[in-house]
Ligand binder design. Structure first.
Ligand SMILES: Nc1ncnc2c1ncn2[C@@H]1O[C@H](COP(=O)(O)OP(=O)(O)O)[C@@H](O)[C@H]1O
Ligand SMILES: [Mg+2]
Length: 501
């Protein structure tokens, strides 16, 4: 059991380890108090023994008086012998009484008026001057002569003896406490603290490097609870490492899948971009020529039906072109290839143009359009065409998804963090909370009885979001189903060009 003990190691462990010092201190104090509690009664016992000794010595002195007096029967002789005895004993004075309690004479220091043979006839002992004098009365029966004798004895030495005794005891208690603490510390240090410190060191190290458990394995675990802890630690680090490796493997797999998915998305964007480009050329021809036909520039068609067909071809072509443009923009933006043509322009001019385009549609549905522009808006540094496209997309959604006689409010201002804040609010059909995350995905439209008849492709919002983000801004949609929708977007403060006053 003690095979691990190494005193030098233990001492160095103790001196550097806070926990060890605290344990040693607690052990020392505990032992000190326990020893003290055990030894205090022995001090009391010791005092009692000293008093016994005083009584015994006093009695021996009295016996000597009787032995040394020339005539044991004569009080004068006895008093003279007593006076002599005072020199080499603790006797400092006293008085002699006859059997009936009459005082026959006294010697040395005056005795106190504490008691006399007249009031009590049994042996008595009492401290008369604290720490200095004791008085004892012996009866004729104890002395073996027809006298009571009260002797005044010096007890000052008892105090000194007691102090010396207590001093010795305190020294002893210190010594024992120190010894026990040292032994406990050495045993604790070797058998408990050393493995605990090793555990601490390896735990800290393993925490930083969880994939190499063998480096932090703790060898030769003892066969006790600490050994169990050490073994559990070894097992745990191993297990964490294997989990860690599994995680790393999973992460690699995920990364691989992500790369594949990204590549697929890129390929999709490239495909869409080239397709859109290929489609636009013939489409422009269709639009251009149908325009020529429907306006009958080169002569009448002869049949109104033909004119109507040409109009249909033209408007369908326009619709298809805007759809293809959106797809092209979106795939470019997704591939990060959307080039911004930046310039400074007035925000209210852009808004005015967008509103002019939206106005006929709004009037058709009798919508109220309210505009609230902050005063002195500085010019905006952005791609003006894209900015108008953003406004148009949000306004067209507001118009599309707001029933007859609703209201649309556009607010443009600067927020607390100095960003440009554009807000488009409507009192339309709103979006359900669960649909909110979906509508920003491409081709995603909320289909229900209310919206089924509304035209659209589901490209507007995703493109709008990318356009805003392309300008370093962000989009935020809030909606209450059946109540209305508020779309806010923010462009960075750096895009607002302060004018020289
Ligand atoms: N202002 C709005 N009010 C209610 N629903 C809206 C609003 N704006 C967008 N949505 C919902 O988000 C969907 C996606 O919008 P968007 O990407 O612009 O596509 P589209 O306008 O072509 O339908 C819409 O189909 C509609 O369901
Ligand atoms: Mg739209």
């Amino acid at each position: 059991m003690f095979k691990h003990i190494n005193i030098a190691d233990s001492i160095s462990a103790l001196s550097t380890c806070k926990l060890c010092r605290r344990i040693a201190l607690v052990v020392f104090i505990a032992i000190f108090f326990i020893e003290g509690a055990i030894l205090i009664p022995s001090v009391v016992n010791f005092e009692r023994d000293l008093l016994k000794r005083l009584e015994l010595e006093g009695f021996q002195t009295v016996q000597s008086i009787f032995r040394l007096a020339p005539s044991e029967a004569a009080p004068a002789d006895l008093l003279a012998a007593a006076t002599k005895q005072m020199i080499n004993s603790k006797l400092r004075g006293g008085a002699l009484f006859d059997k009936s309690g009459e005082q026959l004479g006294k010697f040395g220091e005056e005795i106190g008026p504490n008691y006399s043979p007249k009031s009590t006839t049994s042996m008595k002992m009492m401290e008369t001057v604290a720490g200095q004098r004791y008085e004892i009365m012996w009866t004729p029966k104890l002395i073996g002569a027809p006298y009571f004798i009260i002797a005044r004895l010096d007890s000052s030495w008892i105090g000194f003896e007691l102090v010396a005794f207590v001093g010795r005891i305190i020294g002893l208690v210190f010594l024992i406490a120190f010894f026990v603490t040292s032994v406990t510390s050495i045993i604790l240090g070797s058998m408990v603290l050393k493995p605990v410190l090793a555990l601490r060191k390896n735990l800290l190290a393993a925490g930083d490097d969880p994939s190499n458990p063998d480096r932090y394995k703790i060898e030769n675990a003892s066969e006790d609870e600490l050994g169990d802890v050490v073994m559990a630690f070894n097992l745990m680090t191993k297990r964490i490492a294997s989990d860690f490796h599994a995680l790393e493997y999973k992460e690699q797999e995920l990364l691989q899948s992500k790369i594949i998915a990204e590549r697929a998305n890129e390929e999709k964007s490239t495909f869409l971009a080239s397709m859109s480009h290929e489609l636009r050329t013939p489409l422009n021809a269709i639009i251009g020529f149908s325009e020529v036909i429907k306006t009958e520039i080169m002569g009448p068609l002869g049949n109104q039906q033909y004119v109507d067909y040409a109009k249909d071809i033209n408007s369908s072509g326009q619709h298809l072109l805007s759809l293809i443009n959106d797809i092209l923009d979106l795939s470019k933006a997704e591939a990060g290839k959307l080039a911004l043509n930046e310039d400074t322009f007035d925000i209210d001019d852009s808004l005015g143009e967008a509103l002019r385009i939206i106005d006929p549609l709004a009037q058709k549905k009798a919508l109220i359009v309210e505009v609230n522009l902050a005063e002195n808006l500085p010019p905006l540094l952005a791609d003006e065409r894209r900015f108008k496209q953003i406004l148009l997309n949000l306004l067209s959604n507001a118009v599309k998804f707001t029933p007859v006689s609703g209201q649309i409010t556009v607010i443009i201002g600067i927020n607390k963090t100095e960003e440009l804040n554009v807000s488009v609010q409507d009192t339309g059909i709103g979006i359900k909370a669960e649909d909110l995350p979906l509508i920003l995905q491409e081709f995603s439209r909320v289909e229900d009885n209310q919206t089924r008849t509304i035209e659209g492709t589901g490209l507007g919002l995703p493109l709008t979001k990318l356009l805003i983000e392309g300008h370093g801004g962000r989009l935020d949609i809030e909606s209450e189903y059946g109540e209305g929708t508020t779309v806010n977007f923010y462009l960075p403060a750096s895009r607002l060009i302060a004018q020289a006053a």
